[in-house]
Design a protein. Structure first.
Ligand code: BGC
Ligand code: NOJ
Length: 811
């Protein structure tokens, strides 16, 4: 069952039933100011950091779901409704929510009065702009009231939700005309405030929540709206809000547009006040000036559209299946931008207060986005590397506002350092900008202790070499990619963190997954060394890689698949010897991507085992059989009921590793089958089961052992976005970014006739037409570049500005 449809032309998902199976959201903003907006106008805004600079309030896990947002109310002679259906929930004659690239348009109509609200964060703007369009489609004159509403958050979202004894006495506002300034704590140490304004004369306003709502009312029936009279309240403590009351008249056919601005302002030190406790409003006034008229909003909207069209023009696919086109050309890339910006911090499943930017996550997110914003990717790589320790280890997270490593989740996740090689390598392939390796980058953010980025990569590589266990495999530390396989944490205490408790100091647990990773990204490191003319170091690195391969051969193969790990007692995890958790997906994917077992049949055998034991109609589960009870020596993985999250859920992040592995064996049908199973637009028809947005990936789909297989959770912020994009574009469609050009190697379902891709690469444009006359699934018979036959599969880097025709014939 569907709840809307894709509008490919406008790059929108159009929701036509407000009762989606879960709130379906969008992210506004791609620089500093961000908003989350749901399909019923719920959500909140923040500046850079969803925890430390939360601008408006949102109550997670609330009842009813998704209450609180940027609301508008219309009261026409006692008939009250909201354009987004919620919070009033009066049935609308017509409803739609169009989630687009960086904007959302919510439209409702009642009795031929239409209200359309555009929510957007303009480029280069520290605020959200809302354009409200009211149209009288009826035959008689209308007179009605329009109320706006936002609720301020007292900046630190965690404190805001817990420290009530203080917070109920700190709220402060200032009002000038229609502009409501939220200045809580500005009197003391803060240098920032927020404001909400409208470009029209108002009939009244409210800034105190209780006065506006009434203490015992919900958002659905505020006193001020029901009685059609703003209270002109001033917040002193309690809960500051901002609401404008406008009285509007519309002739038949008449349309009226209003512009609301929700802004965030930082004031330079020493310039906070212009009078006693009167805040400096200079920047706020300039921001309001920028959006005085609907035409100003229209111009910013066009600018945003042009920005996105440009970003999305770097890789454009034309394929017979619209689902695939919309995934590759629009939504997957859009989700990559969102994960790049937010890491795992703020969504409807990430509360914005728990987690900063992950070291592991941010490096991986970058591979889905580096082709669009190479400059920002460069900056990101340097930011991440600056949190690394001298010994190559890393904090697991860093805080976006300070860019400093954050010890809350500690360190010693021993896969972390290697992901820096992946991100840097992909950056080098995409841009050819080798100068990044010479950048001097701090260790642990200490500006007095720096080394080149190349040196950071080297430390990443040797962090593995210096941390090997009894079998010669890499020590796992707190965990590797699977944060819940906690082999050094034996926790018996409720509530204790599985990630930070490490009570098996000197533990010997080892990871075959990291071993595979070391081979894969170690090879990338060695290649970088070779290209830099560091032949000795390349040779040395190759030696370590060779040894690691031998160790995998000796201790990493279980007979029909790769072992996952060795536990604290030196016993195999992910082995036929076990009753539960016999086979895990991660080591199959990583070892085969690294090329282990390709020549001797082990790779094929491992992938056949994946198919037999891990595959199901909704994707590939993480391991099998699921753990049916808590196993103290394995940790969090066994804490989840069967089929959820790391306990045999479908972790959509690592499914593409198997897709890529299948392409390495030339098996396009299998790779495609795995891709299609989890690719969101292909799941639109089962929205009622899948539940999360049909336009973005979710982190996890309940696996075959779950109560409700196929039900997704944790949409948006997941490495799934980058990895699936990487798998489909570079390995299935086969346009692989190479240091010296584009390497063409499609591995597709044999039934495909062909497709074409326009790829911008280092300033040149390549129109690549792939045809498959013999219906093979891999193999390239001939390539021509601008009519000339090419030797091999590499299309060399062409002059910037050139337009090139590439014809690929498979066979
Ligand atoms: C989740 C993991 C996550 C970890 C670290 C666990 O509860 O299941 O997916 O990586 O927390 O934040
Ligand atoms: C989510 C985390 O963000 C990611 O870093 C981790 O690899 C997966 N969960 C698997 O545990």
């Amino acid at each position: 069952m569907r709840f809307g449809h894709f509008d490919d032309e406008r790059k929108e998902y159009v929701i036509t039933d407000p009762r989606t199976p879960y709130p379906w959201i969008n992210f506004l903003g791609c620089e500093e100011f961000y908003s989350i907006v749901t399909n019923t106008a719920g959500g909140y805004s923040f500046f850079k950091d969803a925890r430390l600079r939360r601008i408006t309030r949102y109550r997670y896990n609330n009842v009813p779901a998704d209450d609180g947002g940027k609301y508008f109310y219309i009261n026409e002679k006692g008939k009250i409704w909201s354009p987004g259906w919620k919070p009033v929930k009066r049935e609308l004659d017509r409803y739609s929510c169009r989630h687009g690239m960086g904007y959302t348009v919510v439209t409702g109509e009642v009795d031929q009065l239409e209200a359309e609200v555009l929510y957007m964060v303009p480029l280069g703007f520290r605020g959200e702009v809302q354009r409200v369009k009211l149209t009288n489609r009826g035959g008689s004159k209308r007179a009605f009231s329009l109320f706006s509403f936002v609720e301020w958050c007292l900046w630190d979202a965690l404190d805001d939700a817990s420290n009530f004894q203080r917070n109920f006495s700190t709220g402060q506002v200032e009002v000038v005309g229609p502009t409501i300034y939220h200045k809580t704590e500005f009197r003391e140490r803060r240098d920032h405030y927020a404001f909400y304004t409208v470009n029209e004369e108002i009939a009244g306003l409210d800034t105190d929540r209780e006065a506006f709502l009434g203490l015992y009312n919900g958002f659905d029936a505020p006193d001020a709206v029901v009685e059609c009279r703003a209270r002109d309240s001033r917040a002193h403590g309690w809960s500051p809000v901002a609401s404008h009351h406008l009285e509007i008249e519309l002739e038949p056919g008449q349309e009226k547009q209003l512009v609301y601005v929700l802004g965030y302002v930082e004031v330079p030190p020493g310039k906070k006040f212009t009078g006693h406790q009167v805040i400096n409003k200079g920047s706020a006034e300039a921001m309001m000036e920028r959006f005085r008229t609907p035409a100003d909003v229209g111009a910013a909207f066009d600018e945003l559209a042009a920005f996105w069209n440009d970003l999305l023009s770097v890789y454009r696919l034309e394929h017979p299946e619209p689902e695939l086109n919309r995934a590759v050309n629009t939504w997957n890339q859009y989700q990559c931008m969102v994960t790049f910006n937010f890491s795992r911090s703020a969504s409807l499943f990430e509360s914005g207060i728990g987690r900063g930017m992950g070291f592991r996550d941010s490096n991986q997110d970058l591979i889905g986005f580096v082709h669009q914003v190479p400059d920002r990717a460069r900056e990101r790589i340097l930011d991440i590397a600056a949190t690394q320790f001298e010994d190559g280890g890393a904090y697991h997270q860093y805080q976006p506002l300070t860019k400093k490593g954050n010890d809350a989740v500690g360190r010693n996740f021993n896969d972390d350092p290697l992901w820096l090689i992946l991100s840097t390598d992909e950056y080098l392939r995409e841009t050819g900008d080798w100068s990044i390796l010479e950048e001097m980058v701090p260790f642990d953010n200490d500006v007095n202790n720096k080394a080149s980025l190349f040196e950071h990569l080297k430390r990443s590589f040797y962090h593995v070499v210096h941390n090997l266990g009894p079998h010669g495999l890499p020590l796992i530390g707190r965990a590797d990619w699977n944060d819940c396989l906690n082999l050094n944490c034996f926790s018996e205490t409720p509530g204790e963190s599985f990630q930070t408790t490490e009570n098996r100091e000197g533990g010997v647990a080892e990871s075959v997954f990291i071993a595979g990773m070391f081979v894969l990204y170690g090879e990338a490191y060695a290649e970088i060394c070779r290209r830099l003319g560091k032949a000795d170091e390349a040779r040395k690195a190759k030696g370590h890689i060779r040894e690691m391969k031998e160790v995998i051969d000796a201790h990493g193969w279980d007979g029909r698949w790769f072992v996952r790990a060795y536990d604290h007692f030196g016993e195999r995890v992910g082995s036929d010897e076990r009753d539960e958790g016999k086979i895990f997906i991660e080591s199959q994917g990583m070892c085969i991507m690294a090329g282990v077992g390709l020549e001797d049949g082990r790779a094929r055998q491992a992938l056949d085992s994946v198919k037999e034991r891990l595959d199901c109609p909704f994707g590939i589960v993480l391991h099998n059989p699921a753990f049916t009870g808590y196993i103290v020596k394995y940790g969090e993985i066994s804490s989840y009921p069967e089929g959820y999250k790391e306990n045999a859920g479908i972790f959509c992040h690592n499914n593409p590793w198997i897709m890529i592995a299948e392409t390495m064996l030339g098996n396009g049908d299998a790779a495609w089958d795995y891709f299609r199973k989890i690719c969101p637009p292909y799941l639109e028809e089962i929205s009622e089961l899948h539940r999360t947005e049909p336009y973005v990936y979710a982190q996890m789909i309940a696996g075959k052992d779950a109560h409700k297989p196929g039900e997704a959770k944790n949409s948006w912020l997941t490495g799934t976005a980058a990895w699936n994009y990487y798998a489909i574009t570079q390995f299935i469609l086969g346009i692989r970014v190479h240091y010296d050009g584009l390497e063409i190697n499609p591995v597709i379902p044999s039934a495909w006739e062909g497709y074409s891709v326009t790829r911008k690469f280092r300033g040149a444009t390549y129109h690549i037409g792939v045809s498959n006359p013999s219906r093979v699934s891999s193999g390239v018979k001939a390539i021509t570049l601008n009519g000339e036959p090419l030797e091999g599969r590499l299309v060399p880097v062409r002059e910037a500005g050139s337009i090139n025709e590439v014809r690929v014939v498979m066979g």
